[in-house]
Design a protein around this ligand. Structure first.
Ligand code: NAG
Ligand code: NAG
Ligand code: NAG
Ligand code: NAG
Ligand code: NAG
Length: 266
């Protein structure tokens, strides 16, 4: 084999040997194409669970993986249309909080046993990102992980116009950021409105709405808007009779009317 050819063959390998970089407080993600057998429900932990085992300067951490479908969006007469982009995958995400080298093993447990799906290594670089927001030491004000003050200015965005999907968030968040907003609350729960209802029913997540949520989070990050996710709504407790809520059965055991929620009988 002559030298020129050897270089052509070797260079992709060399690239693979250089560990990818993820900023501290940034997002590390890895995915593998999922093969489900028979009627396996990817959302039922009794049937199949994926986990990422991370080991590095943060210590050893286990993070649950998730089932994911990517989509391409298109605007059809003002309505969003999603078309699947590639096959469903198992993915896992991690946000390092210290710089240094991390090792990752992605495992799957199903009725046949536990198997390694993938191993990987990456470097967490100190890019001076502000990090996650939490209560400051006075328990009153918000601060970023890097101790800078966060003062939220924004609104309860809830949902967008019917059928607009992520295009509606482009519009709302674009205007919010242009007017100095840095905060939005999202509703993720209520089929009755056109919000991002990520859980269709108990044991079934909505792959299109979880993709939309990803889009909206990335959009918010780009526009420096921070999100408060509302994962439950009093409406679901007040409309137990329509059976729309994923936890309908157990809620019914305890709550007979909306006022039970507020008057402390449960
Ligand atoms: C369990 O996962 C392994 C690795 O992906 C796969 O080869 C096997 O077919 C799976 N078994 C079942 C019952 O899904
Ligand atoms: C989840 O709900 C969707 C839409 O109703 C349906 O197409 C899909 O088969 C369901 N998946 C499971 C695992 O129940
Ligand atoms: C952390 O994980 C690594 C790699 O899996 C292992 O060698 C080490 O013993 C673990 N450390 C602790 C404290 O569990
Ligand atoms: C924390 O991050 C914010 C936003 O990126 C930045 O303005 C600020 O200077 C950082 N503070 C420190 C102490 O690094
Ligand atoms: C989850 O899977 C187990 C085993 O197949 C089954 O008994 C259970 O009913 C499933 N749960 C849901 C919520 O589908």
């Amino acid at each position: 084999m002559d030298t020129a050819l050897a270089v052509v063959f070797l260079s992709p390998l060399l690239l693979l040997l250089v560990a990818a970089e993820t900023p501290v407080y940034g997002l590390y993600e890895t995915c593998v194409v999922s093969q489900l057998s028979g009627n396996q429900n990817p959302f039922n932990y009794t049937e199949v669970v994926t986990q990422g085992l991370f080991s590095g300067p943060d210590g050893n951490t286990t993070v649950d993986g998730f089932y994911y479908q990517a989509y391409e969006r298109s605007n059809v007469g003002g309505s969003e249309k999603l078309t699947p982009d590639g096959s469903p995958q198992w993915c896992v995400r991690y946000s390092p909080s210290s710089p240094g080298s991390f090792d990752m093993t992605f495992i799957i447990t199903n009725s046949s046993g536990t198997f390694t799906l993938k191993t990987d290594s990456f470097e967490a670089s100190d890019d001076k990102l502000a990090g996650f927001i939490k209560l400051g030491s006075n328990q009153v004000h918000f601060q970023y992980a890097n101790k800078s003050t966060y003062y939220p200015v924004g609104e309860n965005v809830c949902w967008v116009g019917e059928g607009q999907g992520t295009y509606g968030y482009d519009d709302y968040f674009g205007k919010l950021a242009a007017n100095g907003g840095n905060y939005a609350r999202l509703w993720l729960t209520d089929r009755a409105w056109d919000d991002l209802t990520v859980e269709v029913k108990l044991g079934n997540m909505s792959l299109d709405d979880t993709w939309r949520l990803d889009y909206v989070v990335q959009l918010a990050e780009k526009l420096d808007i921070h999100l408060l996710m509302c994962t439950e709504s009093y409406n679901n407790f007040c409309t137990v009779s329509d059976g729309a809520h994923p936890y309908f059965w157990w809620i019914c055991l305890f709550i007979q009317s909306c006022s039970d929620l507020y008057l402390g009988s449960v």
